[in-house]
Write a protein that binds this ligand. Sequence first.
Ligand code: BTN
Length: 246
Amino acid sequence: LGQRLIHKSTVTSTQILAHQAAQEGAPHGTIVIADEQTKGRGRLNRSWHSHKGEGIWMSIVLRPTFEPYKSPQITLLAATVLAEVFKGYCDIKPQIKWPNDILTDGKKLAGILTELQAEQDQINYIILGMGINVNHPIETFPEEIRDKASSLKIESGESWELASLIREIIQTFEKRYEEFMEDGFSKVKLRWEAFGYRIGEIVPIQTYQSSWNGRIMGIESDGALRVVDEEGKEQTLYSAEIQWGK
Ligand code: BTN
């Protein structure tokens, strides 16, 4: 991983650059990093605030040999890698909000955006985007997200050297990715659940059919969310709007 590294100062989005690189044949493990993004993308068509020098904005080209249905598991894997590094390297207590927001104390430190390019049941490539709030003082977040966002600096009281942190993340990702390719999802699942946000608690859940309260139990062996409903029946959620509250 990272044999080929594309580092730019300002880009629209590292996702866009990584897609271009992949379409031009960039090998597995190519990494695109930018100091600043003018149009950082979040999940669900949201934008992602990506100021210069304050965070890690990075996209990795992956060319896995597994089938497309497994690609959400890569997102969960990436979330556990970030949680592992934040805990081990930055000494803070991360939580993962299903599927893949990294929080601490209920505030978001990092987000992950996975984009899949597949044809006829075969993955062409995956772009794994990670956005990490590292050295942001609280004032640099837009007013409307200040009570929901945080940075490693705010939480740890220290500034972090971006290059060392990037190295740590890439090395940990490489190790966990290999483990996943060899042994499958079981270890990722355990690690994910150890960091899982609000496991055991009851939260309001909305699926496309109905709204109800459910107790969060953990994840399935394929990464779906396990919830017990009001009748005590176990449900498996692949997508849902969950009011996580605080
Ligand atoms: C989310 O939580 O909504 C996901 C945010 C993902 C942001 C990262 S920053 C690097 C990469 N480039 C982008 O434009 N988005 C991802």
